[in-house]
Design a protein around this ligand. Sequence first.
Ligand code: CUA
Length: 317
Amino acid sequence: MNEGLMKNGSFWMPSQASTFAPGIDVLYDFIFWLSVVLFVGIFVVTAYFIIKYRRKTDDQLAVAQIIHNDALELTWTLIPLGLVMLLFVWGFNSYLGMTVPPSDAMDIKVTSKKWNWQFDYPEKKITTFGDLTVPVDTPIRLVMSSQDVIHSFFVPNLRIKQDSMPNRYTTVWFQATKVGRFQIFCAEYCGDAHSDMLGNLIVLSKKDYEKWLDNGGPSTAGMSLTDLGQRVYQTQCSACHSIDNSPKTGPTFKGLYGKLTQTSAGAVKADENYLRESIVDPMAKIVTGYPAGMITFAGILKDREIDGVIEYIKTLK
Ligand code: CUA
């Protein structure tokens, strides 16, 4: 789905899709090769000295110890100091560049919760889940917060990663340089479905982005209820509910429709009304054997999306 992650990348790195990426990779390569050269160099010299200055005969006397050598001590102090200062200035400059967004950057609000990403486009009243859609060659500032624990917004192709925390805002900015689809990860262990807390960064041309905004965001109008439900499932439900009977935090959706289910409020048949209630008021009837861990989707999902999820569950026999 995200052919962008390693495609066109190097052996080590994902492809570069932001203005930061080339600079960060050069710095990374410099530190990496510097470490390789120092490691190999020190190892080779040590091995050479061990052999050259070994005691060759049993009665060989110890060589006189050299107590002090100013030139040598200055050399092994100043060269590493110079290297460390170079890395500090270089790294700090890159850090400033990544921390201070241009004043014309476009704000998008990012809300993380167990276990999905929500994106709000302030000027257009558009909200998307899982997919962050942005125009190419435009500075974007993400203002992030979390509704529960700490998550971390990570897009390897952009070379950005920023924690998203409860009760405070954090920001990160980027400017995408390539049209395409790139993987978003959560990079902070946040519970059972941390590894499923994925999303897509969709970079459109400026023209396509305008069109996307004018259409009110992701178009669902032409979708069948089942297709819409499947899409909502992938962004909202899949972290906790499987569709193949495999165990997850919540009950599987496979064979759920019409099933007699034991809950905290007695046995119920999983019909449309029960499914709808479970989506908007999950605490009303907790399925026996599962934690009361689901948040309400009232106000998050539109009615048609809830209808879609129910229709989709019906197809999972
Ligand atoms: Cu959210 Cu890990």
